[in-house]
Structures are given as C-alpha cells and as structure tokens.
Write a protein that binds this ligand. Structure first.
Ligand code: AMP
Length: 413
C-alpha cells in the first residue's frame, strides 16, 4: 500500500496540536489538540474530518507528551489512521528554532536531535517541547520517518548585513546573537501562493509579506528568497503583536531593572505577555479592538494607531530594502480578516504605488471562499495588494512529503 499521508505535529510545552493530511489531494483527514499536558485535567479534542464525524473530547490526566501522543494515536486508530498505519508516510514536526544550521526541512536522526538540543539556549521556550514531540513520536513508531520543519529556515537566506546586530562581533558570535526570524513556514507558503495568484514564478516577484496573527511579523522576499524579516533573535522584535511589544529601545530593559527594580524575568514576562495590544488597551483580539474604536474608546484607538504606525514603518522600510515591489501580501488572523487594518496600513502610501480598492477590501468571504487568495488593489495598480490565507500545516506536510519521497527514503512500518 502506498504511504501518502503525513501527520503534522506541533508540540508546545503543555500542548500538542496535530493534523493528518492526505497528500494526493491535500485534504485533512483528522485534526485535534491535547492541552494542559501534565495537569490532572488534560483535555484532548479530536475531529475526524474524513468521516465528517462528531468532535470527540476526552478529559483525563495525560501526565506527559508520551501519554498525550499515545492518546492521539488511539484516537487516530479509532478512525483507522493510527501511527502504525501503512498509509502514513512520515510525521512532520514544527520546530521553532533551527539556528543557522537548518536551512531546509531535515530527516531526523540522532545527530539532528543533538543539534536541535544544542540550540536550546537560543530558543529556551520552544525547542525543548519540539524535541520532546519528536523523541516521543520516535518511541511510538521507531521505523516511521520523522521530519523537522523549522520556523527559521526560510530566513537563512537573509544577508549578513540584515541578519547581524551592530554589536561587538566576538560577543555576538560566541553567544549566537543574531537575527534569525520566525513564522518562516508561513512566509514561504504565502509568498509562493502570492506569485501563483499573480501568474508568476516566485523567482520573478518581490513581495512584502505581512503575517499578522496573535504573533506578527513582516518579511521582504526577493525572487522567492527572504532578504529581511522583522522578528529577530527571538519572536519579540518587530511589529506590535497581541501580547508582545515588538521593537523597543533595549535601554528600556536596563531602566526597568535598575530604576524600577523589576527582575530580568519580570521584564521578559512584561514584554512578551503583558505588552503589545493587550498592554496598551487590555484586549489582544483585533475584532474587539476595532469594535471599541467604533464606539469612541480612546485606549483602543491609541492601541490601533500604534499598531498601524509600526506596520507602516516596516512596509516603508521593506519597499526601500527591495527597491521594486510587485506585491504586498496580508495573511494570518488579522491580515486575512481585518479590512480596517489593511486599509489603515496602506493609507497614504499611494506614492509608493500602494492602493486598496475599498469594495474588494471590504468584501466579506464566508465558507471555502474565505480560504481563497485574492487581490484587493484596484485593477491596473502598480503594486498588487493581496490577501493570501496561510496554511502552515499544509506547508509542513508538503515539505515533509517532498523530503521523504526525494530522499528515496524507504517508508518502513
Ligand atoms: P492567528 O494567530 O493567525 O490565529 O490570529 C489570531 C488573531 O486574529 C486573533 O487574536 C484576532 O486578533 C485576529 N482575528 C481573527 N479573526 C478576526 C476577524 N474576523 N477580524 C479581525 N481580527 C481577527
């Protein structure tokens, strides 16, 4: 039996999200998540998409990732798709940090695991959980190919002058302090889809991709290769996000530590969890913020304006970095759904060739049409402005499947 299915796993510190895809047509066979792993009341939600069956819920203790993944495998088994199924070609794992080492998706072996582990100091929040997901999946089926797909890989083409901070070189090199960028899987997928939408090969276009979700990042992509991105050594740099500040003067940290007496961990928590939109107005959901703006709420208005101002600065900067821009592309929760954000971000940028057609921008899409890429600039505009729904799971699955087939790796069970 040909193995044409890929399980995509995204292992967080206390959760695991998964999707099972059929690669012959890209369809989803099942999807789910386990949350609160390690707690007394963990919860597994499983949706058997292929059969159109009811979503199933299990609330019980999953003591660790192994227990959680065993339960996931059990749910998949019940649908006829378990980890031992001969149709399963591989598991594709989202790994947040691949440093400078991993420039592409990589078939996991012991050396790869050791390298992901070596990167833990630069990704202490994410890589340990990603590693646990891989090692656990290996334990459950040692013969199944496991592929690591890195959030940083798409950004490894960024030239040194954009990737380095202007700090002492020896210190930076010793501690691997440089800009790595994140959301790479999304930026890669969306920039390729944008080229498709314009009827071009990715090598023929320069695009600015704006991934605006709860986390947010911008990238400048020249001919299919990333040349700059807004996130840096960690996902804290750059745009204003749901709970993260994005760019701040680093001396703010010294000030808070020395003068305000906040601990280093306290500043870390402040900038990552209590800043951005939530820090500015108490809400991090753009739907709620735009609703409040409509009611004349001043804190929401200021939060919206700060968010847009930062976004506009990055758009302008990437126009300068690229020189000639063919497309500006909005994606992720806010980028795909918020017409007010798209309109405000490009307002006043007509001189740069950036125009939004109001009717196209406001057109509400529902059902499958909401997942279709579309142009929202006027007919004949110099730069195409597009909305391209991202699909990180599909991208991880495709990269995984391509690698397993390309490597000629025998799919063993
Ligand atoms: P993501 O991280 O890509 O899942 O995006 C999540 C964010 O998208 C939420 O926090 C909301 O701020 C935003 N979002 C989702 N749906 C909408 C919508 N219809 N309008 C505005 N913002 C939205």
């Amino acid at each position: 039996m040909t193995a044409t299915r890929v399980l995509v796993l995204n292992s967080g510190s206390s959760s695991v999200k998964y999707q099972l895809l059929e690669m012959t047509d890209g369809s989803r066979l099942a999807a789910g998540l386990v949350e609160r792993i390690g707690e007394r009341q963990s919860r597994l939600l499983h949706t058997p998409l292929a059969s159109g069956g009811e979503r199933r819920e299990r609330v019980e203790e999953f003591a660790d990732h192994e227990a959680a993944l065993r339960a996931v495998s059990g749910e998949l088994d019940a649908d006829g798709f378990g980890l031992g199924s001969p149709q399963l070609a591989a598991i594709g794992h989202r790994v947040v940090h691949g440093g400078q080492t991993f420039t592409r998706p990589t078939l996991v072996d012991d050396a790869v695991l050791a390298e992901i582990e070596r990167l833990i100091p630069v990704a202490p929040l994410h890589n340990p959980a990603n590693l646990t997901g891989i090692t656990t999946a290996r334990t459950l089926n040692p013969h199944l190919p496991q592929v690591a797909v890195f959030d940083t890989s798409f950004h490894t083409t960024i030239p040194e002058h954009a990737a380095r901070y202007a700090i002492d070189t020896a210190t930076a090199d010793e501690h691997r302090v440089r800009r790595y960028g994140f959301h790479g899987t999304s930026h890669a997928y969306v920039s390729r889809k944008a080229a498709e939408l314009l009827g071009k090969d990715p090598s023929e276009i320069n695009a600015i991709v704006l991934h605006l979700g709860n986390g947010a990042s911008a990238s400048a992509v020249r001919g299919g290769r990333c040349v700059d991105t807004s996130m840096g050594m960690t996902p804290l740099e750059g745009l204003v996000m749901g709970t993260r500040s994005g760019d701040v003067d680093p001396a703010v940290v010294f000030h808070l530590v020395r003068v305000a007496g906040v601990s280093v961990d306290g500043v870390d928590e402040l900038l990552n969890k209590r800043s951005g939109l939530v820090g500015l107005c108490g809400d991090n959901d753009m739907r709620e913020i735009t609703r409040r703006v409509g009611e004349g709420d001043e804190a929401a208005r200021l939060a919206f304006d700060i968010y847009i101002h930062r976004l506009k600065k990055y758009i302008g900067a990437y126009c300068a970095v690229l020189g000639h821009v063919h497309a500006v592309v909005f994606t992720a929760g806010v980028g795909e759904n918020s017409a007010p954000v798209r309109r405000a971000a490009l307002a006043g940028l007509e001189e740069l060739g950036l125009l939004v057609d109001e009717e196209r921008n406001d057109a509400e899409r529902e059902g499958p049409a909401a997942r279709e890429a579309r142009i929202i600039s006027p007919e004949g505009a110099r730069v195409a402005v597009a909305v391209v729904p991202t699909d990180e799971e599909l991208e991880i699955a495709e990269q995984t499947y391509a690698l397993v087939s390309d490597a000629g790796s025998p799919v063993r069970h």
